[in-house]
Design a protein around this ligand. Structure first.
Ligand code: 8IG
Length: 268
């Protein structure tokens, strides 16, 4: 982040700018849409307004094609407001864990008490073919980084809310659950690293979400994490990983993801 102010102060500024630019008094629910998810959210809900994330203090323009970089406000049943963030900042962009956590902290400062974090990731379970959404039950943070500073002993028990996972299964009863292992990236894992993740108890491998969840729990938000398995993790399919396959799996999953997101907007 280019700012040298305290992260929470920059997030408060960004939240004020977000409320002003989108013309909403407050945000109730925030969703971060990762690889494969943004298209699924197109046309959902009753749009109020949107603006580029780069217009808000502390955000930088996203680097990966297919990661949008826009925040859109939707009116929910009952008059509540959801903020959809398409695109996120990754640790591998080099801005540090504060840059990664800025979107989550901004949503919290704007009033959001519930956060849906989505991502595209690799799957370790062969039953999870590309295009399968999986609820995150827990995570393992292998990045060596944290968005917290000082003696911030944030409890990570039930970091991924059991109550919100139950609501998600109410929307899509076929959802399985997995343990998300965050690597720093940007290279994908070696097959040995994937085996290690499995031995450690992981079943999903990716480059986001865990650090955001830590920041969200510090901010007191309830978190629902959903991974879209866009590829078998390295070494499991007999083929190399390709970004093109990832994009294609995301495209194929759009109908199921759209139904899932539409249902979540009604129950969250
Ligand atoms: I999409 O297989 C996507 N993102 N670390 N490994 C990691 N990140 C990913 C993967 C994957 N697929």
């Amino acid at each position: 982040m280019s700012h040298h102010a305290a992260p929470d102060a920059v997030a408060a500024e960004a939240a004020e700018a977000l409320r002003a630019r989108l013309g909403v008094p407050r945000v109730d629910l925030a969703l971060v849409l990762g690889s494969g998810w943004a298209t699924a959210a197109d046309g959902l809900g009753e749009p109020i307004a949107q603006c580029p994330l780069a217009c808000l203090p502390g955000f930088t323009a996203p680097v990966v094609a297919g990661h949008g970089g826009v925040v859109r406000a939707l009116r929910l049943p009952g008059g509540r407001v959801a903020a959809l963030l398409t695109g996120r900042t990754h640790l591998y962009e080099g801005g540090g864990a504060d840059a990664v956590a800025h979107g989550v902290r901004t949503a919290a400062a704007a009033g959001a008490t519930r956060l849906v974090l989505t991502n595209g990731c690799g799957g370790l379970d062969p039953a999870w073919t590309p295009g399968t959404p999986v609820l995150i039950a827990d995570h393992i943070n292998l990045t060596g980084a944290t968005p917290l500073r000082g003696a911030a002993f944030v409890d990570m028990t039930d970091a991924y809310s059991p109550a919100l996972r139950a609501l998600a299964r109410g929307v899509d009863p076929g959802l399985h659950e997995g343990v998300y292992v965050q690597f720093a990236g940007p290279q994908y894992e070696t097959p040995a690293e994937v085996r290690m993740a499995g031995i450690l108890g992981g079943s999903l491998v990716g480059m986001s979400t865990a650090l955001e969840t830590i920041a969200a729990r510090e901010a007191g938000m309830e978190v629902l994490g959903i991974s879209l398995v866009t590829n078998a993790a390295a070494g499991l399919s007999g083929r190399p990983l390709s970004h093109a396959d990832v994009i294609e799996a995301g495209r194929a999953a759009v109908p199921r993801l759209r139904a899932l997101l539409a249902g979540l907007l009604e129950v969250l």
